[in-house]
Write a protein that binds this ligand. Structure first.
Ligand code: NAD
Length: 275
C-alpha cells in the first residue's frame, strides 16, 4: 500500500482526492493538511470529505502531515515550493496540481527533481486534457501559420486565477510546436480599437460562471473552415484519478521532475517517435 497525504484536504479537490484514495485498493490515507485559517483543522479528513472517519486528523503543519507518508498530493492555492521542499526532505514523492505557479516556482521545483526529489507537476491531471495537449501540438504543426489560433476556457464562478493553468499549458504547447513565444504572442482578451489580429497571435479568453468544472476549446480558423478541439470536464474525479495515477507512477520511476505527459507516456508522436 502507498501511504498518501493530501494538502488542501478540505478544498473541492482535496475532498475528491480523499474519497478516491479511500476507494482505491493500493493507496491509504496517511495525512491531511490545511491552511492555518481553515475551520476544518482538527477534524477527521474522511468526515470532511463525506466518506466516513479514517482516523486521520487535518493538521496545519506539513511536517506533521508527511510523517509516515510515501507520497504527498498538493491541490492547495499557494506555497507549492515550500510544500515540495518539506516533502522531498522527508523522502516523499510529491504530486502538485496547484495552478498559477510562477516561472521561478517551476524552476525551483525542477531543481528539486534534479537534486533527487520525485515530483509530478501538472496544471491539469485529466487523461483527456493531456490527450488534448498532444492533439493541439500535432494540429498546430500540421495546420501551419495560415490558421488563426484562439483558446477559450470556462470555469466556475469561484475560480481565483485566470487564465486557467490548463489554458496556459495549451498556449505553451502550441508556442513550442510552432516557434511562437508565450510572452509576446499570447493576447489576453481584446477590448477597444485593437485592430485586426496578427497571424502570429494566440487569443486567450477566460469565461467564468456557475459550477463549470473546466471547459477548454482551441480554435484553428482559416478562410473557409475551422477546426475546434474541445475538452469538457464534468467531475473533479477526473483530476483526482489522474493525480492518483501520478502517485503510482512516481513509485516506479527514478527521481526527477515529471509532468502528466510523462505519466501517460504521451511525449511521442502518433507514429511512435519521441517528441
Ligand atoms: P479550493 O479553494 O476549494 O481548495 C483549496 C484548499 O487549499 C482550501 O481548503 C484551502 O484552505 C487550502 N489551502 C490553501 N493554502 C494552503 C496551505 N498553504 N496549506 C494547506 N492547505 C492550504 O480549490 P480547489 O478547487 O480544490 O483547487 C485547488 C487548486 O488545484 C487550485 O490551484 C486549482 O486551480 C487547482 N486545480 C488543479 C487541477 C489539476 O488537474 N492540476 C484540477 C482542479 C483544480
Amino acid at each position: 500500500m502507498i501511504k498518501v497525504a493530501i494538502i488542501g484536504a478540505a478544498g473541492r479537490m482535496g475532498q475528491r482526492l480523499i474519497s478516491n484514495v479511500v476507494e482505491s485498493d493500493d493507496l491509504v490515507l496517511s495525512g491531511a493538511v490545511e491552511a492555518a485559517e481553515s475551520p476544518f483543522l482538527g477534524m477527521d479528513a474522511g468526515d470532511v470529505a463525506g466518506v466516513g472517519s479514517q482516523g486521520v486528523m487535518i493538521v496545519e503543519d506539513l511536517n506533521d502531515g508527511v510523517i509516515n507518508a510515501d507520497a504527498v498530493i498538493d491541490f492547495s492555492t499557494g506555497k507549492a515550493v515550500d510544500h515540495a521542499e518539506i516533502a522531498v526532505s522527508a523522502g516523499c514523492a510529491i504530486v502538485i496540481g496547484t495552478t498559477a505557479l510562477t516561472d521561478i516556482e517551476r524552476a525551483r521545483l525542477a531543481e528539486l527533481g534534479a537534486e533527487g526529489g520525485r515530483l509530478v507537476v501538472a496544471s491539469n491531471m485529466s487523461v483527456g486534457v493531456n490527450l488534448l495537449f498532444c492533439l493541439c501540438r500535432q494540429a498546430a504543426a500540421i495546420l501551419g501559420e495560415n490558421y488563426d489560433i484562439e483558446i477559450v476556457e470556462m470555469h466556475h464562478n469561484q475560480k481565483k486565477d485566470a487564465p486557467s493553468g490548463t489554458a496556459v499549458t495549451l498556449a505553451e504547447t502550441i508556442c513550442e510546436a510552432t516557434g511562437r513565444s508565450y510572452k509576446t504572442d499570447v493576447v489576453h482578451g481584446r477590448q477597444g480599437m485593437v485592430g485586426a489580429r496578427t497571424s502570429k497571435e494566440i487569443g486567450m479568453h477566460a469565461v467564468r460562471g456557475g459550477d463549470v468544472v473546466g471547459d477548454h476549446t482551441v480554435i484553428f480558423a482559416t478562410g473557409g473552415e475551422r477546426v475546434e478541439l474541445t475538452h469538457k470536464a464534468s467531475s473533479r474525479d477526473t483530476f483526482a484519478k489522474g493525480a492518483l495515477r501520478a502517485v503510482r507512477f512516481l513509485a516506479t520511476v527514478a527521481p526527477g521532475f515529471y509532468d502528466m505527459q510523462d505519466v501517460l507516456n504521451l511525449k511521442r508522436s502518433f507514429n511512435g517517435e519521441s517528441m
